[in-house]
Ligand binder design. Sequence first.
Ligand SMILES: [Zn+2]
Length: 263
Amino acid sequence: MPEHRYELMRPQDIVAERARAPIAYVPLGPLEWHGPHLPLGVDMLHAYLLAQEAVQVTGGVVLPPLPLGTETYLSPQRVRDRGFHGDERIVGMDFPGLMLPSLYVEDSAFGVIVHELIRALKRQQFGVVAIINGHGGQNHLVTLDRIAVEESEPPDVQVLHVFALHAGGKGGHAERGETSMMLSYYADTVDLSQLPPLSTALSNTEFGVLDHATCAGEPTPDYTVRSEQDPRAATAAEGRSATAERVQYIVDKVRAALPVALR
Ligand SMILES: [Zn+2]
């Protein structure tokens, strides 16, 4: 199998691959609390996995995953939606009482690093730079959308921001979807015994696990994870099929960004 991982390629390999497919994938996501049952690297690992599968189809290179992402204080409404009173000051998933805060960086610092990396890839004459993003923080998404627009010039360069969870919809946080993905590709890192038995509903505030509707502003009355998105119902098979769907979504977007002759 040809090597696409940028850090393992010699310069002449990169030049040859770029001539075949001038695509650079930039996977990223912050090291962030994902419940007691998942490792902190879920978002970054998810993005890296999708990028590595997509590059097998499109060609190009994949950079090592950036362990970076940003968050800011949640609005009082979002704080209430998660099951708190509303006056707590909470950054992203760093809920009061969780044992380890996440490694977020401020959005301006994050933006500078991503900008600089993309500029360097443009100097290397990649025509499509695809940011594969595993994290859904609001200011994080806004920052990457902005950078993709700002760096898509001159007109023969396309910078894409692809949010992994937008492919196939219904993304939550550390719930069944993310847990299934981790079970299928990084099974050794998942420990469901860190969660209580199934008869106990998972409290959003206690475990830092959120279903999709809660993230979208529709929590359950008792602020617990909906049973259909409970991480304890996760399976490796579900993770594999969701991944295949997301890879296809990325491949379609990247191909559409290529000059017609190279699609
Ligand atoms: Zn995540």
